[in-house]
Design a protein around this ligand. Structure first.
Ligand SMILES: Cc1ncc(COP(=O)(O)O)c(C=O)c1O
Length: 421
């Protein structure tokens, strides 16, 4: 990255550049340093274990469709029924064109699934995260007399970019703590003890680190320091907890979480985001969150589909166990080859560490030559020099898919000098 920035800054055409010239320069260096992502066009089998692209069949290890609900007949049928009943679009923002019964219903179902009191949905998780900080850290919310300097957000340094964007947009001072380091968090809270409006932000599952976070420990720290706690549970909903209710269900700690954020495009198989919390807080968001007030609601087809997905998730203990078993098998298979798999937990996202960006790109290309698709996660999604392949598992992956992946990783790893075994 440093080389990338250095080269960018060195560029001197001897005259002032227009923005568009800078775009070209940026693209040139992003490509030169292997930071520009490749966009694969899929023509069939979207979200399925095998899909069509570039005139051939590839095995999918990049999709977040953990529970294989995206193509589940009952979920698709529910989406079609909702279109027939409610039409294609929500008609605008809920404030302008009215609340729609099926959207309120899915919100009630998400609240019940997670064990939280109330819920508000958005068309994407990104929209939920960019709006929440601005709304809840607003000076009106703090103890009066209140100044915006009295608010501070403590975020884990590896929190998703959408939450980091939301913090920036709020204009509230944001302090990063070391990833999942409670002592560092405590020290930073102590430095800001006198402030009245403190919010701690972490994720329930870090999919790029292969980790389930001990959320009850954060609940305790938040209580010790009179701070509020927000958990981005995008990768936990559906796969953690006996009922699939994510971190609050898995750890039995719904009471200690003030804001639970989640996404519907991972285990739930659809698209959309949500914020859950106490009824008053969600009422505030209903009236004041810009992503809801100034933007269209979730499409009704998605609300219908997600109600059906939740019904399956609640009963799908066998699917969760299957994913954990596959995760263990894949981790052990890769480790046996001498490859580095990050994190200790058996979650359906298995991060295979490569390091160098160019090596990551070559690794993904090698897998693709062998009929396997998995994108490389690299800066800015992860720090520079820490590229990794995020191998995503789905319920519908078969044993032969896993074995093909492990064999291909072994071959590519040896070819590139990544594997030791
Ligand atoms: C942890 C986390 N939070 C939020 C988001 C944003 O969600 P969405 O894709 O629904 O916009 C993502 C997306 O991948 C995510 O991984």
């Amino acid at each position: 990255m440093l080389d990338f920035m250095r080269e960018l800054l060195k560029v001197d055409t001897g005259r002032e550049q227009t923005n568009f010239e800078n775009v070209g320069v940026f693209l040139h260096y992003a490509r030169k340093y292997n930071l520009y992502p490749e966009f694969l066009t899929i023509s069939g089998g979207v979200n399925e274990p095998e899909f069509e692209a570039e005139g051939r069949t590839l095995i999918q290890f990049g999709a977040n469709n953990y529970m294989s609900l995206s193509e589940e007949p009952a979920v698709k049928a529910a989406a079609i029924r909702a279109i027939e009943e409610y039409g294609i679009g929500p008609g605008g923002s809920r404030l302008m064109s009215g609340n729609i019964a099926i959207i309120e219903e899915v919100e009630g179902r998400i609240a019940a699934l997670t064990g939280m009191e109330d819920c508000l949905t958005f068309p994407t998780g990104y929209m939920a995260n960019v709006t929440v900080f601005q709304t809840v850290m607003n000076p009106v919310m703090g103890r009066l007399p209140y100044r915006s300097q009295d608010g501070v957000i403590f975020i884990d340094e590896l929190v998703h970019g959408s939450a980091a964007d939301g913090c920036r947009l709020s204009g509230v001072r944001t302090v990063k703590f070391k990833h999942n380091d409670l002592e560092d968090l405590r020290a930073k809270l102590r430095e800001n003890e006198e402030l009245t409006n403190k919010l701690i932000v972490t994720e329930g599952v870090y999919c790029l680190e292969g980790e389930i976070i001990d959320i009850p420990a954060y609940v305790e720290v938040a209580r010790e320091h009179e701070a509020k706690l927000m958990v981005d549970d995008a990768h936990a909903i559906g796969v953690l907890g006996a009922r699939g209710g994510g971190s609050p269900d898995h750890h039995g700690c719904a009471d200690g979480i003030d804001i639970l954020m989640g996404c519907m495009d991972k285990a739930m198989g659809g698209t959309g985001g949500y914020l859950c919390g106490k009824k008053d807080l969600i009422d505030l968001l209903r009236a004041a969150a810009n992503s809801s007030v100034l933007s269209s609601a979730l499409p009704c087809s998605m609300a219908g589909a997600m109600i059906a997905a939740i019904e399956i998730i609640q009963q799908a203990r066998d699917r969760r166990e299957d994913l954990a078993r596959k995760s263990r098998y894949l981790r052990q298979g890769l480790q046996h080859l001498g490859l580095t798999v990050l994190g200790p937990d058996y979650i359906p996202s298995v991060p295979l560490f490569v390091g160098d960006e160019a090596l990551g790109v070559a690794f993904a290309a090698g897998l693709r030559d062998r009929g396997i698709f998995c994108p490389v996660m690299r800066w800015p999604a992860v720090p520079l020099g820490k590229a990794r392949l995020r191998l995503s598992l789905m319920v519908r992956h078969e044993q032969r898919h896993l074995d093909a992946l492990i064999a291909a990783c072994g071959e590519v790893g040896r070819e590139l000098g990544v594997a030791i075994g």
